[in-house]
Write a protein that binds this ligand. Structure first.
Ligand code: FES
Length: 126
């Protein structure tokens, strides 16, 4: 019997279908999720909607371990969801992602919430 490591996880695709730097938008339990393989080969599941406005982050640009919103250029950390640059100031959700036997599973019932103290200070914004 196979056991999954997270509750309520849904298989979204094979890991081989996710290309580095080419985000994919999926819907999991009614939530839009962007699957992203960063430049280090790590896979992430983040909320697909930019925290600045209603723009799909899966249409953005992957740079290292960040994603840039195409609309106004806000950068987000893929691992934490932190907004790294203006105009976004609020984080985006980061969801549980597990790779089991070559398949990617995402759970959206629990996600990291980022503490306001983790947000960039004005001096750090570019
Ligand atoms: S909508 Fe994403 S930075 Fe403005």
């Amino acid at each position: 019997m196979r056991e999954m490591e997270c509750d309520m996880a849904v298989r979204v695709c094979a890991e081989s279908e996710l290309e580095t730097g080419q985000p994919v938008r999926v819907i999991v339990d009614g939530k839009a999720v962007a699957l992203v393989k960063d430049d280090n080969g790590a896979c992430h599941a983040i909320g697909d909607t930019c925290s600045h406005a209603e723009i799909s982050l899966s249409e953005g640009f992957v740079e290292g371990t960040q994603i840039e919103c195409w609309a106004h250029g806000a950068h987000f950390d893929l691992a934490t969801g932190r907004a790294l640059t203006l105009p976004a100031t609020d984080p985006i959700p980061v969801y549980d992602l597990n790779i089991i036997d070559g398949d990617i599973y995402v759970g959206v019932t629990n996600h990291a919430t980022n503490h306001p103290a983790d947000q960039p200070q004005p001096a750090n914004l570019s």
